[in-house]
Design a protein around this ligand. Structure first.
Ligand code: NAD
Ligand code: DAU
Length: 350
């Protein structure tokens, strides 16, 4: 049985990917390696935890020895690396943690893979999951392609850019088989409610202010998380070593328009009069260094590997709203304790 290691499998995208891989490939042993930070939650994987081909190991990727041990103990043949500190606002208040996990943690995994696979490199794969934020910020026009120059502008994106460079360096220097994908903003169930869409849904439900940064004119390109999982699957199995693939939804929204659309959907779902939730919109101090626009050209992935997003945004957003409304207990659990204090303090400071 081949062992596929997925790091960060208890997080938002990771849990969708683990579920997808466990169900699609019963012949693989899927090992979910996660430290379970505030963003990692085994509740996200209740429906697969009893499956024979699934295993969880609680490990911190910053612990080089522990990472090496996992590679030895489970004879890892391939890896999809998602574990990271992922929230831009947190990288502004606490950059150092991003440097450790996103850069040093990635190097620990690269070293463990290189060491374990040294005698038969070609039969293995190190797949690094990255972000479109490494390309910086677009103006009103244009799209990020795989050859766009890196220009990261937040501590988060700088740490991801650094890890991308290191992954490529291990490909060129040590012949480690690698592949990288850079994806746009994901949305769907199980996303920690500090990110725009689940935060807004949670606050609308609780009649709390909807904090829109700056004038709300920043643009993001949204992709349904399960479409990201199908892209990763395709790239893992069919992508060329040493290559980069951009993944995007071709679905650009200004933040304010997206928040207003969510308000409209939520008014209907909650039986509120039209316009009720919009009154909660509150313009707050902008994010420092806020990138204006991200938009992805994913034609390489579409043309070379035949991938396409499956869901129309309206359908995906409605599905997402329904998921959060049906999983209030999950929302309450993940926002209980320290998180609520953190959020209230951050909101007050804005
Ligand atoms: P997330 O914050 O929801 O999950 C991150 C996971 O990593 C959590 O389970 C956490 O416990 C784990 N983790 C953090 N530090 C760790 C450590 N030191 N050791 C082991 N595990 C650790 O993140 P996400 O939104 O699911 O993003 C996953 C990956 O995809 C990240 O690498 C991110 O940069 C990338 N990405 C995210 C998006 C997006 O829109 N969310 C888009 C493109 C790329
Ligand atoms: O583009 C991919 C990236 O998308 C990933 O690499 C990151 O891990 C992921 O967090 C996401 O980054 P963003 O910063 O784009 O996502 P976030 O949900 O934090 O914010 C989306 C937009 O909404 C952004 O322009 C900031 C704005 N925003 C966000 C929050 C949380 C608000 O206006 N108000 C808010 O309360």
């Amino acid at each position: 049985m081949k062992s596929l290691l997925i790091t960060g499998g208890a997080g938002f995208i990771g849990s969708h990917l683990v579920r997808f891989m466990v169900n699609k490939y019963p012949e693989y042993r899927i090992i979910n390696l996660d430290k379970l930070t505030y963003a990692g939650n085994l509740e996200n994987l209740r429906d697969v935890e009893e499956k024979k081909n699934y295993l969880f190991v609680k490990t911190d990727i910053n612990d080089a020895e522990a990472v090496k041990k996992v590679f030895e103990e489970f004879d890892i043949s391939g890896l999809i690396h998602l574990a990271a500190e992922s929230h831009v606002d947190r990288s502004i208040t606490n950059p150092t943690e991003f440097i450790y996990t996103n850069i040093v943690g990635t190097v620990n995994l690269l070293n463990a893979a290189r060491h374990k696979w040294k005698d038969d490199m070609e039969d293995h794969l190190f797949y690094h999951v990255s972000t479109d934020e490494v390309y910086g910020s677009l103006g009103d026009t244009g799209l990020f392609t795989e050859t766009t120059a890196y220009d990261p502008r937040s501590p988060y994106s700088a740490s991801k850019a650094s890890s991308d460079h290191l992954v490529r360096a291990y490909f060129h220097t040590f012949k480690l088989p690698v592949v990288i994908s850079n994806c746009s903003n994901n949305y769907g169930g199980y996303q920690f409610p500090e990110k725009l869409i689940p935060l807004m849904i949670h606050n609308i439900s609780n009649n709390k202010p909807l904090p829109v940064y700056g004038k709300g004119l920043n643009v993001r390109d949204w992709l349904y998380v399960e479409d990201h999982a199908t892209a990763i699957d395709l790239i893992y199995h069919k992508g060329d070593h040493g290559e980069t693939y951009n993944i995007g939804g071709n679905n650009e929204w200004r933040n304010i328009d997206l928040v207003k659309l969510l308000c409209k959907i939520m008014d209907e779902k909650l039986g509120r009069a039209a316009g009720t939730s919009e009154k909660l919109i509150t313009y707050v101090t902008d994010r420092a260094g806020h990138d204006l626009r991200y938009a992805i050209d994913s034609s390489k992935l579409q043309n070379d590997l035949g991938w396409a997003p499956s869901l129309h945004f309206n359908e995906g957003l409605e599905k997402t709203v329904d998921w959060y409304l049906a999983n209030e207990e999950w929302l309450n659990n993940v926002t209980s304790g320290d998180y609520q204090k953190y959020y209230d303090k951050m909101y007050e400071e804005r």
